[in-house]
Ligand binder design. Structure first.
Ligand code: PRX
Length: 660
């Protein structure tokens, strides 16, 4: 049975324990429904109240929502605030001041802790260093950092100055970095000499050098280099400076720059259905509001919690649930540099025990790989760690199959902790559809119900709402404060992608979903566009295709599709036509490896196709259109049942059946 089929017949229900209901911030379905009713009755009043209660404003807003230029919505737009003040200064003079803000565990197991007060001082110092190098409000700063306290500091320091950060995941290639520097027009890069992962020292600064040498990056004035490792890296005099150099003599106080609520806090690139990644632009006020609120709502954050989101700051999950949400909420959080399988696949469980983690938030891919590891090597099974500190566990990034859900529930959550399966996107900024720990009965594989103030629906291609039990496209009928504001430099693409005419003003998420007939619970079935989700990482089919055909000496044509994969959710399958005769055996394997390495260099290792299949041609209709549905069947290894009579070259199907 496929994962989707098993999700559709899922009927186990896990209500929250009475103790949780009693103690939770939102208590029981009655508590949830009361908030939903408030939002329904007075939409702007609801969000206005929460924005006043949850954020510190330098100048209070008088308007909640301005729809005059929709879909370019504005929230709280005459209000002024600063994001780093809301994450740090806000806690000074309260008991949170001397609370641990970050417990950092390095790849090698070394632990460092900083309090809120210390973190504020470090953020101020780095903000002063940026300022001393001319970084100002509105400037873009590209951050290419490992998971470290310094990574969080760099982001917060930008926010303090009103500079717009653009974080690029440390696994992306020089080419990807260069494209993002150019698109954003960044003035500086913040990076580290190396990153430590799985006991290995991997270069970061060298990749920045490579990107800058590719040309077009003349906007970059400085590269700031955090010395993560003692090993030296090449430095260009005048342009490149170490953290030690720029921090020297900088005061630990820095006046925050108050910005308009709509001022961009950051740009984060994500994949869409064209080859060019889009710079998702987020606001300051609306974004921060939902980052903070969802900590309280989705994770029922309590003052004594130790929160751990395992995502990297290179992804939106790391932005909202490492850099902004936990700090705005005054939580103690764990930041982990390494990988879940080093020194062994029990690392997560050992860390939960070591740091008495109480709220743990990770991705289904990680869970699936750790299940596999525990099944083959009992010593890394979670039962060998004391996980009694856990009270809530979460999931993010891709659908969680009921088998993995049950294992996570039993073996990590001890059948005691609710699994908060959070459905959201880079564009939504924060959680949209997920259960609340002390309210929502859980159903494995379902993200259940929308958060209060969020209005999703399932519609057909013409924007008509579908009855429960019938699948369709997921849309949001109303805007929300942390929504994407535009695509950096491309407002037309923003409108076309998210608010296409046929959707009648609804935001189109790009996912398929179905609501259960009985409870109206949402189940997200996956993307309906050309976006792939490999290990919870988002990639465009066109992006991978463009990378493949850029190998002009070898590749004539390429088509990329996703196929289901037990471990990574989806896997990339590339169909390639070479500029030479069809290779066989060891030669085909050699060329496949060459192509994988090429894609890793063009985009990053996460984009390497798992399967590569060679053919003398691709299956096309007589009008020359690639028949992707056939490719999807071939990728899955299914028998071809589709009508192939319109196919120009039916013999090609046999050739393309072979994987390398
Ligand atoms: O397809 C959905 C899937 O991930 C996409 C968003 O990817 P990204 O912008 O990289 O953000 C990932 C972290 C929020 C969505 O369009 N997705 C994300 N969370 C879930 C999910 N699919 C099913 N269930 C989820 N909980």
């Amino acid at each position: 049975m496929s994962a989707i089929e098993s999700v559709l017949i899922e009927n186990r229900v896990f209500p929250p324990s009475e103790a949780l209901v009693k103690a939770a911030r939102i208590s029981g379905m009655a508590g949830y429904e009361a908030l939903c009713a408030e939002a329904e009755k007075d939409f702007t009043g609801f969000w206005g109240r929460l924005a006043r209660e949850n954020l510190t404003w330098d100048k209070p807003f008088t308007r909640v929502l301005d729809e005059s230029a929709k879909p370019f919505y504005k929230w709280f737009d005459d209000g002024m605030l600063n994001a780093s003040v809301n994450c740090l200064d806000r806690h000074m003079g309260t008991p949170v001041e001397n609370k641990t803000a970050i417990i950092f565990e390095a790849d090698d197991g070394a632990v460092t802790q900083v309090t809120y007060k210390q973190l504020l001082a470090r953020v101020c110092q780095f903000a002063n260093a940026l300022k001393a190098h001319g970084v100002q409000k509105g400037d873009r700063v590209l951050i290419y950092m490992p998971m470290t306290i310094e990574g969080v500091v760099a982001m917060q320091a930008c926010a303090r100055l009103g500079a717009i950060h653009s974080v690029v995941f440390g696994g992306f290639s020089a080419k990807a970095l260069q494209e993002r520097i150019i698109d954003g027009g960044a003035v500086a890069v913040v990076t580290a000499n190396y990153q430590m992962r799985g006991g290995k020292e991997l270069p970061l600064k060298a990749i920045v050098d490579e990107a800058l040498a590719m040309g077009g990056c003349e906007s970059i004035r400085n590269v700031f280099v955090y010395e993560r490792s003692a090993s030296a890296c090449p430095m260009q005099a005048g342009r490149d400076k170490t953290f030690a150099e720029v921090l020297k003599g900088q005061p630990t106080e820095c006046a925050p720059v108050s910005v308009e609520a709509e001022h961009p806090l950051y740009i984060l690139y994500t994949s869409g259905s064209t080859g060019k990644p889009k710079g998702v632009q987020h606001s300051t006020g609306g974004y921060l509001l939902q980052a903070k609120l969802t900590m309280d709502w989705s994770f029922d954050l309590q003052p004594s919690d130790v929160f751990w989101c395992t995502a990297d700051i290179g992804w939106v999950t790391g932005h909202t649930y490492c850099t902004y949400g936990p700090l705005a909420a005054g939580a103690t959080e764990i930041v982990f540099e390494g990988i879940p399988t080093f020194p062994d696949a029990g690392r997560f469980w050992q860390m939960i025990e070591r740091h008495k983690c109480s709220v743990f938030y990770t991705a289904p891919t990680a869970i699936r790989s750790l299940i596999k590891a525990a099944e083959t090597h009992d010593a890394v099974h979670p039962r060998h760690s004391n996980l009694s500190s856990l009270r809530i566990i979460g999931s993010v990034g891709e659908p969680i199959n009921p088998e993995a859900w049950m294992w996570y529930y039993k073996n990590v959550g001890g059948e005691r902790c609710p699994i908060i399966d959070t459905y959201w996107q880079t564009e939504t900024g924060a959680h949209m559809i997920n259960p609340l720990p002390g309210a929502t009965p859980l159903v494995p594989g379902s993200c259940t119900l929308p958060l209060p103030g969020i209005f999703p629906a399932i519609v057909d291609e013409t924007g008509h709402e579908m009855p429960n039990g019938t699948g369709g496209m997921l849309v949001y009928k109303k805007p929300w404060p942390s929504m994407v504001r535009t695509i950096w430099g491309d407002p037309e693409r923003f409108k076309k992608t998210y608010f296409p005419e046929e959707m009648k003003g609804y935001y189109l998420a790009g996912d398929g979903a179905v609501r259960s007939a009985d409870r109206g619970y949402f189940r997200v079935t996956g993307r309906i566009d050309d976006v792939l989700n490999v290990s919870g990482h988002r990639l465009g089919t066109m992006e991978v295709e463009s990378a493949l055909v850029a190998k002009t000496d070898l590749v004539a044509e390429a088509a990329v599709v996703a196929r289901p994969d037990e471990l990574t959710g989806e896997a990339i399958c590339a169909f390639v036509v070479l500029k030479r005769s069809l290779p066989h055996g060891a030669e085909a394997d050699k060329i496949a490896k060459e192509l994988r390495d090429w894609v890793a260099k063009e985009i990053g290792p996460i984009a390497k196709p798992k399967d590569i299949r060679f053919g003398e041609n691709l299956p096309k209709t007589r009008s020359g259109k690639i028949m992707r549905r056939l490719l999807r069947s071939l990728a899955k290894g299914e028998a071809i049942t589709q009508d192939t009579s319109t196919l120009e070259n039916p013999a090609i199907l046999d050739q393309l059946g072979q994987t390398h």
